[in-house]
Design a protein around this ligand. Structure first.
Ligand code: DOR
Length: 438
């Protein structure tokens, strides 16, 4: 049994935070109450009691990251399922969903089952695959979604690409209803985006880089919302970055469309100016690109008023060999697992821009509910996927301390505050932060 003494528990309904004692027996949370006595704990224990003094720390429900790229099979030089799942755990994520843009694409049941098995073997964060919508993510022929769901897929997406043919996507939305799983849209019009490497605007003009207009995202957000409305299908919109998209989602929710959306930490923290200020640092190159200050402010407003339901990392590991290419030629993507929570804490929670309960709803409760996953709250009877979070712990982000194979993050060299100290999955302690040297 684990006895967490004096840990801060955030009430997701009221937003109030109170120090409590929590008992975990086996895989489950047994009790959440005011302070307990030794005698009370011993009476309830069915196994040896291990005590964690949580003074000054939070006990968070394990974070759930619905947007990650683990690269296996096929690009293990960037990441493996095991390294990704361990890096995720270090970042406070107890469950992650893996995008299908691997090589080959996760478009058949054997591959989906392979990801499940590799995830179990890693014994770190729980890993669930997202199946492809179309074979090879080529946007031409639908996959056997019912079969992929039977094999363990938790959602469907062609992420990295968008299904350009509206009729094919409409059919996919009809078909996916048989699985009761959401379809995740990458929201990108390939013709509008082609050849661009950053947000189209004043900064791209100044830097002499071809821009991607914000409407490359928002026209697809509009299209996909209309298709979801037409078909009654569950739609989830990935990595929302443009203010126009936030408006469209807000209006769709008011009409009752079954749509959810996510935002990535980098879009809430940075703007396209970061590319100029960093002298073309390719760790700021991401798709969709970092937008304007108005975009960033609209995204924050969206997460605060619930228009944007979730935070997600879009962990996109790449090798330095690729990321060291000139800006226009480097691949898109930011490795997010090991810095995302601390970055959100440092840039948004600490300065009072984002309440901690909103963070936990967006990164745990809402993903659990939308994708039908265990976890999401610290409550008796719930699964013991838990994070002991230290809001005071500071760390400089250093490449050689990464568990992920990739370090393509703009936070390198920065000191961030607020990290997971210990992480449990199914009641088992699976990560403990080495604090020596900090
Ligand atoms: O920046 C990105 N990287 N955006 C995507 O949509 C795909 C991802 C990747 O797979 O590297």
């Amino acid at each position: 049994m684990w006895w967490f003494k004096n840990v801060k528990i955030v009430d997701l309904e009221t937003g109030s935070t109170q120090a409590k004692d929590v008992l975990v027996e086996g895989e489950k949370i047994l009790e959440v109450s005011g302070s307990l006595t030794e005698e009370e704990v011993q009476k309830r224990a069915r196994s040896e009691v291990q005590v964690i003094d949580g003074t000054g720390k939070y006990l968070f429900p394990g974070l759930i990251d619905v947007h990650t790229h683990l690269r296996e099979p096929g690009q293990e030089e960037k990441e493996e399922i095991a390294t990704g799942a361990r890096a995720a755990l270090k970042g406070g994520f107890t469950t992650i969903l893996a995008m299908p843009n691997t090589k080959p694409v996760l478009d058949n049941r054997a591959l989906v089952e392979f990801v499940c098995r590799q995830g179990e073997r890693a014994g770190a964060a729980k890993v669930y695959p997202i199946g492809a919508i179309t074979k090879g993510e080529e946007g031409k022929e639908l996959t056997e979604m019912v079969d992929l769901a039977a094999g363990g897929a938790r959602a469907f997406s062609d992420d990295g690409r968008e299904v350009q043919n509206a009729e094919l996507l409409r059919l996919a939305m009809e078909y996916v209803k048989l699985t009761n799983l959401p379809l995740i849209s990458h929201c990108e019009d390939e013709n509008l985006a082609r050849g661009g490497s950053m947000h189209k605007g004043e900064v791209s003009a100044r830097l002499g880089l071809r821009g991607i207009p914000a409407c490359a995202e928002s026209v697809m957000v509009a299209r996909d919302i209309l298709l979801a409305e037409e078909t009654g299908s569950k739609l989830h919109l990935a990595h929302i970055s443009a203010k126009e998209s936030v408006e469209l989602i807000r209006a769709a929710k008011q009409r009752g469309v079954d749509v959810t959306a996510e935002v990535n930490p980098h879009h809430l923290i940075f703007t396209d100016e970061a590319i100029a200020e960093s002298n073309y640092n390719t760790s700021y190159k991401v798709n969709p690109p970092l937008g304007s200050a108005e975009d960033r402010d609209a995204l924050l407003e969206g997460i605060l008023d619930g228009t944007l339901d979730m935070l997600a990392t879009d962990h996109a590991p790449h090798t330095w060999e690729e990321k060291k290419r000139p800006f226009a030629e480097a691949p898109f993507g930011i490795a997010g697992f090991e810095t995302a929570l601390a970055a959100i804490w440092t840039y948004l929670v600490q300065p009072g821009k984002l309440p901690v309960e909103t963070l936990l709803k967006a990164w745990s409760l809402n993903p659990a509910q939308r994708f039908n996953l265990q976890g999401g709250s610290v409550q008796p009877g719930g699964i013991a996927d838990l994070v002991l979070f230290d809001p005071e712990h500071q760390e400089e982000i250093e490449a050689d301390r990464f568990i992920s194979k990739a370090q393509n993050t703009p936070f390198l060299g920065q000191v961030l505050q607020g990290f997971a100290s210990m992480v449990w999955v199914n009641g088992e302690l699976r990560f403990q932060r080495e604090t020596i040297g900090n």
